[in-house]
Design a protein around this ligand. Structure first.
Ligand SMILES: NC(=O)c1ccc[n+]([C@@H]2O[C@H](COP(=O)([O-])OP(=O)(O)OC[C@H]3O[C@@H](n4cnc5c(N)ncnc54)[C@H](OP(=O)(O)O)[C@@H]3O)[C@@H](O)[C@H]2O)c1
Length: 270
């Protein structure tokens, strides 16, 4: 990606916590000049302070992009500091869960180009996936710019409607936590079957990471990969009988979990 425009006009980062820092790290590695970055954060971390970016200084008049990366509950307090950049040619890119495009337009002005996105925490290791959707003032070039920036930390997909973002939150935004819990419970189950705690945890982590990598790399679908390792009446089949139970297994559990997250996202957006 060509970052000339950003290096010339500047990039503002409002809130530089976990997600903001993960993105910033990817951008600095990818070719954005530290001198072009303006961070606003009341408590910048030692890592941020060591990057050579501007911290809590006056902002440029017309930065190419302003990334909104504060918690949704802080957004109301934080947005007024950005209002002067609204209704112009600065593209606003939000990664906040549950803050609607309409709320940004209210705070920043109805002519503001805005892209709303939903990333996830594997961004911290360059393996995230982010979904994006623009408002009516976001041009094709704006969406390309947002996509190029977010690709610094993983894959990017585009949505057709803003409403889809709640389901994305339910699957990939909140999803890493489901997988972390899968690792925890697999390790605990291994312990219950007699393995030492550290060994059980190592087996569970490597299994989830390895299966994930295989699912991404393989040409077969995950369903086919599952069939490939399941011999009739074997050990895997014994476990899958439990996990694939329509009433008590993954189909019901994950269906309910993703639905709960999606509905919570919808509520937060109101
Ligand atoms: N983490 C995830 O898995 C994930 C996934 C998808 C989307 N997101 C979204 O990403 C956003 C950031 O999440 P996060 O996990 O990075 O949160 P975080 O680590 O708490 O980072 C937010 C940062 O913003 C700072 N801040 C608070 N008020 C501010 C203000 N008025 N002006 C400027 N900075 C301010 C916070 O400082 P203090 O610590 O001093 O309050 C903190 O450093 C959220 O909106 C969240 O919905 C997160």
């Amino acid at each position: 990606m060509d970052f000339t425009e950003i290096n010339t006009r500047g990039l503002v980062l409002l809130g530089c916590g976990k997600m903001g820092s993960a993105l910033l790290e990817g951008w600095l590695k990818g070719g954005i000049d530290a001198g072009a970055v303006y961070v606003l954060d009341p408590n910048p971390s030692d890592w941020v302070k060591a990057q050579g970016v501007h911290i809590n200084e006056d902002l440029p008049d017309d930065p190419a992009i302003a990334l909104l990366a504060v918690k949704p509950q802080m957004m109301g307090d934080a947005l007024p500091s950005m209002a002067a950049l609204g209704n112009g040619t600065t593209l606003f890119l939000s990664i906040a869960a549950g803050t609607s495009i309409a709320r940004f337009e209210e705070a920043l002005g109805g002519q503001t180009p805005i892209v709303r996105s939903m990333p996830n925490t594997p961004a911290a290791v360059g393996r995230g996936i982010t979904a994006i959707i623009g408002n009516t003032h976001a041009t094709a070039a704006d969406l390309d710019l947002a996509e190029g920036l977010l690709k610094a930390v993983g894959q990017v997909v585009r949505l057709e409607t803003e409403a889809q973002i709640d389901a994305v939150t339910g699957v990939s935004g909140s999803g890493p936590a489901y997988v972390f819990h899968l690792i925890e419970t697999m390790a605990a189950a291994g312990e219950a079957q007699g393995l030492a705690p550290e060994l059980a945890m190592q087996l569970a982590k490597a299994t989830v990471a390895g299966a994930g990598a295989l699912a991404e790399a393989a040409e077969e679908s995950p369903a086919q990969l599952r069939v490939n390792v399941t011999s009739p009446n074997g050990t895997t089949a014994a476990a899958l009988n439990v996990l694939m139970d329509e009433e008590k297994g993954f189909p019901k559990l994950l269906g309910d979990a993703v639905k709960a997250a999606t509905e919570r996202g919808r509520e937060l957006g109101k």
